[in-house]
Design a protein. Structure first.
Length: 454
């Protein structure tokens, strides 16, 4: 079978975004538009992807998170045909060449795969995706003859009044035979209203060589929605969000208020998990079965086991074991490994720490740079004093320790197995096994003090 390669056009400025950031880097559910397009291209079988960059090229290159992408530079934006020419040797005569735009993030792999199939089965020189829209203003129009066969594409600015009445538009997505693309690009000129090299003209040029050219009408117009403004960005985000939420619900996840739940496209959620309203779940987050998340939780690159409750809290780049409860109002910062049946309660911050199974941190604590064992009780107000003003140090708390309320453990320090720390202590030296450590002034009672004061 022929190879498939993809060229993604992303050199334009996108001035209507009114942004310092190039348009294609604007994000939907925490992923840039161009990354969606690259992933979709790869997902439908494109072995190699080339992104044509121009406007703020360096920023676009750096902003793309997908791997294994090559770049071509279009220093001056002289039209879509010119942009494709810049891909140069990437255009392979023996491959099929798919052309996509970096600002159409809603396109799906299934649709593209079908397009490739039609293109190959019918032996087209080029296949373009068209769409029937209510308001075709601004788009290129698909011109057909009386028999309904494709003839050419006329850009809005070059179209006559009658041509402008046509409501079948060019979505800008194509599969070309590599050789036909190369040959037709060589014949392009810029004799048109915009003085640009139009990729759309390649279709007529290929048709004129006797090859079959067809426009396939898209079933779901949403997929070809191009984002040009922030309003359209929000519209595209709505569609993406609905699509993702629907997929999870179909897989057995309860989403109580889908309109108010924002789940990234790479998130994995197990069956019978319930997502309460107001959650943002993003990046490579993986949530197990039978969990309850929310309301109003934010999870970024988190891994939750089964049966976890994650109530009204924030978690970043950390792992949480089975049947652990978090929140409300907890803050799990990066690189925490929290075990099974742990309680991380209200107003608890955990950072860069390991917490063993069955340990409880029920309220108002800071656990930073700490290796905590199993079945520890951290009393209210436990603070791991990890910073000496210059450097961070680690605290070790072994299995079964009881840390009394309002205790400070000044790192580096170790509290050995089974010991108790008296409430209000500031511990600066290692504590051996099975002892009570008290590090605070003794209470004194002054008799007659009130009398004297009077
Ligand atoms: C293009 C099509 C039009 C189609 C419409 C669909 C042409 C001539 N016209 O029009 O038929 O209906 O898309 O949205 O192709 N780009 C570059 N370099 C350039 C010019 C554009 O990389 O020199 C990129 C842009 O960044 C963008 C895409 O190509 O991602 C489309 O460019 P745009 O200017 O939006 O094309 P339209 O005029 O809308
Ligand atoms: Ca456009």
């Amino acid at each position: 079978m022929k190879n498939l390669k993809a060229i993604i056009l992303a050199a334009g400025e996108g001035s209507r975004m009114k942004s310092k950031k190039p348009k294609v880097l604007h994000e939907i559910l925490n992923k840039s538009m161009v990354d969606y397009v690259i992933e979709t291209a790869k997902g439908c079988g494109a072995g190699e992807v080339c992104v044509v960059v121009g406007h703020k090229a360096e920023m676009v290159k750096e902003g793309i998170k997908s791997e294994g992408v090559s770049f071509a530079l279009q220093a001056e934006q002289k039209g879509t045909g010119h942009a494709v020419m810049m891909a140069g040797d990437f255009i392979d005569e023996n491959s099929d060449m798919m052309i996509l735009y970096g600002d159409t993030p809603l396109i799906t792999g299934e649709t593209l795969a079908k397009l490739v199939e039609v293109h190959r089965e019918e032996g087209h020189g080029v296949t373009v995706v068209s769409s029937k829209v209510e308001d075709p203003t601004g788009y290129g129009r698909i011109m057909r003859n009386d028999a309904g066969s494709f003839q050419r594409i006329v850009e809005h600015k070059d179209a006559s009044e009658t041509e402008r009445l046509v409501n079948e538009i060019n979505t800008g997505i194509y599969i070309f035979n590599g050789k036909d693309l190369k040959d037709s690009l060589g014949k392009l000129n810029n004799n048109n209203a915009q003085g640009e090299y139009y990729l759309t003209d390649c279709l007529e040029l290929i048709l004129n060589t006797g090859k079959k050219v067809e426009a396939v009408v898209a079933k779901d117009a949403d997929e070809f929605f191009g984002v040009n403004s922030r309003v359209q960005l929000a519209e595209a985000a709505q569609i993406m969000k609905n699509r993702i939420n629907r997929k999870h619900m179909e897989n057995g996840v309860t989403i109580v208020d889908p309109a108010n739940t924002y789940i990234g496209s790479d998130v994995v959620i197990g069956r019978d998990t319930v997502i309460l309203p107001g959650c943002v779940i993003e990046g490579n987050t993986i949530i197990g079965e039978d969990c309850e998340v929310g309301p109003n939780s934010r999870l970024t690159d988190m891994k939750l086991g089964d049966g976890v409750t994650f109530q009204t809290s924030t978690g970043i780049e950390s792992e949480i074991g089975n049947e652990t409860t978090v929140g409300p109002f907890a803050y799990i910062r990066p690189n925490c490994h929290i075990g099974d049946k742990v309680k991380v309660g209200d107003f608890v911050e955990v950072k860069n720490s390991n917490i063993g199974n069955g340990t409880k941190i029920p309220h108002l604590a800071y656990i930073g740079d700490t290796d905590a064992g199993e079945k520890i009780n951290f009393g209210c107000g436990s603070i791991m004093v990890n910073y000496d003003g210059k450097k961070k140090h680690r605290t070790v708390v072994e299995d079964g320790v009881f840390v009394g309320c309002n205790a400070n453990l000044v790192a580096p320090v170790t509290v050995k197995k089974g010991s108790y720390i008296a409430a209000g202590s500031t511990i600066t030296k290692d504590v051996p096994e099975e002892v009570l450590a008290v590090a605070r002034a003794r209470q004194t009672v002054i008799e007659g003090w009130i009398e004297k004061r009077k």
